[in-house]
Design a protein around this ligand. Structure first.
Ligand code: FAD
Length: 389
């Protein structure tokens, strides 16, 4: 098979890139090792920046989001038994949308199917080849038979455990990493959220987040140790711990119910430089991971593929390689700012096992400063709604 851009990975980065390329008249094929059902079953992010929402609309996949997403103009920050509201709209003129990653993926897959574009699911042993030369290709196996996609470019949109990054020659990249000494235990339940807007809580017992997927479906998280097992957390134990970490007015309003998903995610910041090698371009989690505290992972995938689609567009429109050359620097320039913000929010809100009382006071003082200073609040709001691209 032959195409212009072979995309490895059918997560938000790969699917959105596919639609952006299609809109620009650029042929593409997506190959993913997972099945469609498996991909749609993954529960992950749920806060969309304006840039992500605009792109979904631009590629014709924003209809359901426009009808169903919740528009949030602010978020709550809680500490020392009280909370204050960060008014995103007042500080930036922008809001964020609450719309699950699963729904985004669903809508992009539907748009891809409507456009008649090819996606190969459940492909085994996917491998990128010869991307340092003029004739790259991607091979994969189905039913024990090897197939090959010849292409002009490969887009590695295959997430943090993908094959594209691992295929790079040793020494070709620099890795920057911070592993946090805790994880998030998340629970999904069909109960109304405790608050109209998200509540981020810093508490002596650890961080908690009250998030949601809709007015009837809540997503809650509590900070946990990295060696804890999800089986050891009953729903009752989770609800009790969540309530302990919220300010009293919020704790009293928590509606509990049976969970239908519970999982533990480790927290990590990770960036590789560069994210381009010859004719292979990495986008999304393949090139960088952020802890979910700033709700940036999914949104970074969207800004990466915006730059990448623009670069391919220029190349196919007038043969210019300028955008391709600039891709790594542009994408990482924005990604690093989100990495910084996610790291800052993580440091501000979590309980670090080795933190001295001094560091605890620093967190409390910074939260007090944010609640009192318009300028500090504006800086946080600007980053939370997403820096422009
Ligand atoms: C448990 C969890 C919770 C998260 N929660 C949040 C959150 O609350 N907020 C937030 O903003 N972000 C969150 N994230 C991050 C966010 O989900 C990611 O940033 C986002 O999915 C990145 O999209 P992507 O397309 O780059 O990668 P992915 O969504 O990971 O997609 C990669 C695709 O590549 C495929 N693939 C992998 N390896 C191969 C291979 N060898 N061959 C072929 N295909 C392959 C995978 O099957 C997958 O479909 C979370 C992530 C995880 C794992």
């Amino acid at each position: 098979m032959r195409t212009q851009v072979a995309i490895v990975g059918s997560g938000p980065a790969g699917l959105l890139l596919g639609q952006l390329l299609h809109k620009a008249g650029i042929d593409n094929v997506i190959v993913d090792r997972a099945s469609k059902a498996h991909i749609l079953g993954r529960v992950r992010a749920g806060v969309l920046e304006d840039g992500m929402a605009r792109q979904l609309t631009a590629v014709g996949a924003g209809g359901r989001m426009a009808a169903e997403a919740l528009v949030h103009d602010g978020v709550w920050l809680a500490f020392m038994g009280r909370r204050f509201r960060l008014d995103l709209k007042a500080h930036t003129g922008k809001s964020v949308l609450i719309y699950g990653q699963t729904e985004v993926t669903h809508d992009l897959m539907d748009a891809r199917e409507r456009a008649g574009l090819m996606t190969i699911y459940s492909a085994e042993n996917v491998r990128p080849h010869d991307f340092d030369g003029e004739s790259p290709s991607v091979t994969y196996d189905t039913d024990g038979i090897e197939k090959r996609i010849d292409c002009a470019f490969i887009a590695g949109c295959d997430g943090q455990h993908g094959v594209c990054r691992k295929s790079l020659p040793e020494g070709a990249t620099t890795v920057f990493e911070r592993v946090y000494p805790f994880g998030w235990l998340g629970l999904l339940a069909d109960v109304p959220p405790v608050s109209e807007e998200l509540v981020y809580a810093n508490h002596d017992r650890g961080f908690a987040l009250c998030s949601m997927r809709s007015r009837a479906r809540s997503r809650y998280y509590i900070q946990c140790r990295t060696d804890e097992r999800v089986e050891d957390w009953s729903d009752d134990a989770f609800w009790d711990e969540l309530r302990r970490r919220l300010p009293p007015d919020a704790a009293e309003s928590v509606t509990t119910g049976p969970s239908f998903e519970k999982s533990i995610a480790p927290l990590r910041s990770f960036v590789i430089e560069p994210v381009r090698f010859g004719r292979l371009f990495l986008a999304g989690d393949a090139g960088h991971i952020v802890p979910p505290t700033g709700a940036k992972g999914l949104n970074l995938a969207a800004s990466d593929v915006h730059y990448l689609a623009e670069a391919f567009g220029e190349y196919y429109a007038d043969g210019s390689e300028e955008g391709l050359r600039a891709y790594s620097e542009k994408a990482l320039g924005r990604a690093w700012k989100a990495v910084r913000f996610s790291w800052w929010m993580t440091n501000l809100l979590h309980r670090f096992p080795d933190a001295a009382p001094f560091e605890r006071r620093m967190q409390e003082t910074e939260l007090a400063y944010l609640s009192q200073s318009e300028r500090a609040a504006a800086a946080m709001a600007e980053n939370y709604v997403g820096l422009p691209y």
